[in-house]
Each structure stands twice: as structure tokens, then as C-alpha cells.
Design a protein around this ligand. Structure first.
Ligand SMILES: *Cc1c(COP(=O)(O)O)cnc(C)c1O
Length: 228
């Protein structure tokens, strides 16, 4: 078995165990293999092991990969410049990083009149970090109301990237807070939001315990990234 396959199966096994510990069914958690900076060959190898959903941060890189494998389900997980919006419509099963008025306005404009609905998550800056994008927790409700006015967008949940910490237990309170924000939104808006996208290589088992339905794992599957 290749190293890549070994790492992939190890992640799958850790998901299985985390679900078991949390009393959740395994199919309640979707694994997104985060493939930024990794080659299309590695992506294809992981796809051949049965992996269907992949996450990319950079639009140009993502579009090149999507062109090769449009059959896979692609998640946009990085900040997106409004001017790139036109290029991404119809390419991503899920856009996880909506958080600005300008991107929302552009999404509305570019999808207007379309019969297809773009599924999106709102990114929340759960650690209130200046260098990170995302809505502040107190702004999520107001922003969500604006999204609900756009018929071509379907809001299905929230995403966060907590402050980097090597000790996963330190991240648990952020995951808990995102879940509470989601539950509050559901109540305020009288709708159901199925998704919480949270948990990466360092902390996905804890995220699963706190209710993650989407985990985004890069390094533990593909190995370390070379930076651009
Ligand atoms: C890179 C990235 C990941 C994956 O991180 P790993 O630590 O390599 O698992 C997950 N989510 C987002 C938004 C990322 O940018």
C-alpha cells in the first residue's frame, strides 16, 4: 500500500473511532480532503480509494484541478476575491467561506435568474483574529438574513478555523461556540442548518465530538504541504 493510502485509511479509522466515542453514526460526518498545493495525481490516487469530496483554497489552482476531475465534489474553503466570483459559479458543490457583503453581492449578481442553487456556508471568525477572515459571531445573524433574501443561494451552515493550537482540547471551546451560534441562528430564523464545518488535521476528533458534520483534513492525508 502507498504511503498516501496508508495515511488516508488511518484518517478514516480515526473518524470511525471519534464517531463511535461521540455516539454518532459515521455517515453523519463528511470528510473533505484538503488538496491545496498537492498534485492532481495525488488527488486522483485518493479519489481511487473512494474519496469523493475535496477542498481547495486558491481559485486558480482549484479551477485547473476541477477541469481534470469535474466529477468530484469540490469545496471552496479559502477567502474569495469578489472579482473571481464569475469564474466559480457552478464549479463548487459547496462554498464554505462566504463572509463579506461584496462577495455576497457578487454571488447574487452572478447567479441571478439561474435555476441552479449554490449551496454556501458562512465563515465565522470564531477566535476574533485580526488576520483571519470571517464574520464576527455577533454579526452572523444579520448577515444570514441578507443571504436568505437571495433565492439562488442556499445557506446550509457555518464554518470556522479556530486559532492555531497544538493542543486540541484548547480548540474545543471554539467548536462548542460555533455549534451554539448555529443553534441560535436556527432558532432565530426558524430554519434548519445541517452543517458545521470544523476540524482539521490537528483537531478533527474533538470537532466530531462537538458536532462537526464536515471536517477538512489536508496534512494527515496528503502529508506536509510545500508552500507556493
Ligand atoms: C489548509 C486548510 C485545511 C487543512 O488543514 P490541515 O491542517 O492540513 O489538515 C482546512 N481548512 C482550511 C480552511 C484550510 O485552509
Amino acid at each position: 500500500m502507498s504511503e498516501l493510502a496508508e495515511r488516508y485509511y488511518k484518517v478514516k479509522e480515526r473518524i470511525r473511532i471519534a464517531c463511535q466515542n461521540a455516539g454518532r453514526s459515521e455517515d453523519s460526518v463528511t470528510l473533505v480532503a484538503v488538496s491545496k498545493f498537492h498534485s492532481i495525481d495525488d488527488i486522483i490516487e485518493v479519489a481511487n480509494l473512494g474519496q469523493k469530496e475535496f477542498g481547495e483554497n486558491y481559485i486558480q489552482e482549484a479551477l485547473e484541478k476541477i477541469a481534470v476531475r469535474p466529477d468530484l465534489k469540490w469545496h471552496a474553503i479559502g477567502p474569495i476575491q469578489s472579482k473571481k466570483t464569475k469564474e466559480i459559479i457552478g464549479k463548487f458543490a459547496l462554498i464554505e467561506s462566504l463572509a463579506t457583503d461584496s462577495f455576497l453581492a457578487e454571488l447574487e449578481k452572478r447567479t441571478k435568474g439561474s435555476k441552479q442553487v449554490q449551496e454556501i456556508l458562512l465563515q465565522v471568525n470564531i477566535g476574533r483574529e485580526e488576520q483571519k477572515s470571517g464574520l464576527l459571531p455577533e454579526d452572523v445573524l444579520t448577515f444570514a438574513k441578507k443571504v436568505l433574501l437571495v433565492p439562488t443561494l442556499k445557506l446550509t451552515g457555518l464554518m470556522c478555523i479556530p486559532p492555531l493550537d497544538l493542543e486540541p482540547e484548547h480548540t474545543r471551546p471554539y467548536f462548542k461556540e460555533l455549534r451554539e451560534i448555529k443553534e441560535n441562528l436556527e432558532q432565530e430564523l426558524s430554519l434548519s442548518l445541517p452543517h458545521l464545518s470544523m476540524g482539521m488535521s490537528a483537531d478533527f476528533p474533538v470537532a466530531i465530538e462537538e458536532g462537526a458534520t464536515i471536517i477538512r483534513v489536508g496534512t494527515d492525508i496528503f502529508g506536509p504541504r510545500k508552500s507556493h
